[in-house]
Design a protein around this ligand. Structure first.
Ligand SMILES: Cc1cc2nc3c(=O)[nH]c(=O)nc-3n(C[C@H](O)[C@H](O)[C@H](O)COP(=O)(O)OP(=O)(O)OC[C@H]3O[C@@H](n4cnc5c(N)ncnc54)[C@H](O)[C@@H]3O)c2cc1C
Length: 464
């Protein structure tokens, strides 16, 4: 068995960021393997096939390192300015460019395979790749990212329809024509519309979501300095006091967007102050309203939707898909009426999948079944404590198993975007390197043995 100090599972944004931080802070002999079957640094967000899929955050806020905020802008050079919304593909290239040089230099190994299971082994874990190779790892970092949108609410006929697209993030929309029904009206729906527009689609688009609202659009606004004194007694009080705050700011000449942005640093704390039942109420009734304002669309992205609408080729429905029989979709509208549509394609843009979708992932399912991790009480992701240690099914922290990124959305209010995820990654790396320093000298295997193991791992990985 190949011995490791750290196994990082997932080489999307978070896995790469943890490896990059560990390479800076951990002592020279740390044996780390990062497992990623796909292209490094891309994940669901930055692996899009469409160049017109843009970041929804300006380049100036997208450095992988909070302590070096210009890192991405320097990497971009003449390809973009700090205020640009650059393409997500380009961003994936950046994350990959940061991560790739870390590997193959002796200490860090890139394993181009998915992990099939992780089981306790001594004080640590045995990590088994899908190819069957086993690694004994003292610590594991789980960063497997965004599950595709939930589909369990869809009629079975939709899921087996030849024009059904269950995962819009890795689909090539150049092959799509005719009438497209988009389920969901968030950023992914705008991405689909943008990709269709850019690939010469001449048909109709119908967009269906609970409220029929699109994300708000970014604008250049004067920054606002918020002194947060919002009422967190319950979700309604929070909304009321936030609205009052926005009105006050607007009277002073500030745009509501600046207030939302200023709240970003405190939103996690505010949300945590809500009692658990109120957090659930917030998620049910207010989360999508908040997300629409907080995760805004670049104006050029929304412009494609607006153009479709102007040409009379886009209709937006507020309601839900009631049935789908013999190619006919019945929509129950919010106003009590109904509509029928005959789409050629149905694209699921209802957002990052929740716990049910997550549990379809074989690795996560195994971890849940073995009780090493547990679903959070919001039914969104996995439970972690304040140090991002997994909480086992009995509630005990598993200190050697860190979980971060999209997987912890249910426990961390802002675990969705790079400016927060990079802080999480640095935190995990700092904690691990401190633990490794403490354990130095008491480790089961000697430094020489680990080096030998890594050479074995590297030559094995090179054969893949
Ligand atoms: C469509 C979309 C657009 C987004 N746009 C933005 C944006 O513009 N700005 C922003 O700040 N945030 C954006 N986000 C949020 C985004 O989720 C985060 O920025 C970030 O990519 C999440 O990082 P992650 O490491 O948790 O997951 P990911 O980046 O998705 O990485 C997870 C990785 O784990 C790998 N993996 C999965 N299972 C296994 C396994 N068993 N073994 C080994 N590897 C495995 C996957 O192949 C993948 O590469 C977007 C999200 C989505 C879904």
């Amino acid at each position: 068995m190949i011995r490791l100090d750290v196994a990082v599972i997932g080489g999307g944004f978070c896995g790469c960021a943890v490896a990059a931080h560990l390479s800076r802070s951990a002592s020279g002999h740390v044996a780390l393997a990062l497992f990623e079957p796909d292209e490094l640094g891309r994940g669901a967000a930055y692996g899009s096939r469409h160049a017109e899929h843009l970041l929804n955050t300006r380049a100036g806020a997208m450095s992988m390192f909070a302590d070096d905020p210009q890192h991405f802008v320097r990497w971009l050079g003449p390809r973009g300015s700090p205020t640009d919304f650059v393409s997500r593909r380009l961003y994936g290239e950046y994350v990959g460019d940061v991560a790739r040089p870390l590997f193959g230099r002796g200490r860090f190994t890139l394993v181009r395979e998915a992990v099939g299971h992780v089981r306790p082994y001594g004080a640590g874990f045995v990590v088994t790749s899908n190819g069957g190779t086993q690694f004994a790892a003292d610590r594991v970092v789980l960063a497997t990212g965004n599950p595709p949108p939930n589909d369990d609410f869809l009629p079975a006929e939709v899921r087996i329809h030849p024009g059904y697209v269950g995962n819009p993030w890795n689909f090539d929309f150049r092959t799509v024509g005719g009438h497209v029904l988009v389920l969901g009206s968030g950023l992914s729906a705008l991405d689909v519309i943008g990709a269709l527009g850019a690939s010469g689609h001449r048909g109709r688009i119908s967009v269906l979501s609970r409220r029929g609202h699109y994300p708000e659009v970014h604008a250049e606004v004067l920054p606002y300095d918020l002194i947060v004194a919002l009422d967190t007694h319950d979700a309604r009080a929070l909304l009321r006091s936030f609205r009052a705050h926005v009105r006050t700011a607007q009277r002073r000449g500030f745009d509501w967007r600046a207030v939302v942005d200023a709240l970003r640093n405190d939103s996690e704390t505010l949300w945590r102050r809500l009692p658990p039942a109120e957090q659930r109420r917030f998620d049910r009734h207010l989360r999508s309203r908040w997300d629409r304002r907080r995760h805004r669309a670049p104006a050029e992205v929304d412009a494609v939707r607006a153009a479709y609408e102007r040409e009379g080729r886009l209709a937006t429905y507020a309601g839900r898909l009631q049935g789908f029989v013999a190619g006919e979709a019945t929509i129950a509208l919010r106003d009590g009426s109904s509509a029928t549509l005959h789409p050629d394609w149905i694209v699921n843009c209802t957002g990052v999948g929740k716990a049910a979708m997550l549990a379809r992932d074989p690795l996560i399912r195994q971890l849940l079944e073995d009780g090493l991790v547990a679903a959070d009480s919001h039914g969104v992701g996995l439970r972690v404590d304040g140090t991002l240690s997994a909480l086992a099914s009995d509630g005990a922290p598993v200190e050697r198993l860190k979980v971060l990124g999209s997987l912890v959305r249910g426990c961390r209010f802002e675990a969705t975007a790079v400016p927060e995820l990079r802080v999480m990654a640095a935190d995990v790396a700092t904690r691990i390197s401190a633990q490794l320093r403490c354990a130095e000298g008491t480790a089961a295997s000697s430094t020489a043995e680990k080096r030998e193991n890594l050479v074995a791992a590297a030559s094995w990985a090179a054969t893949l």
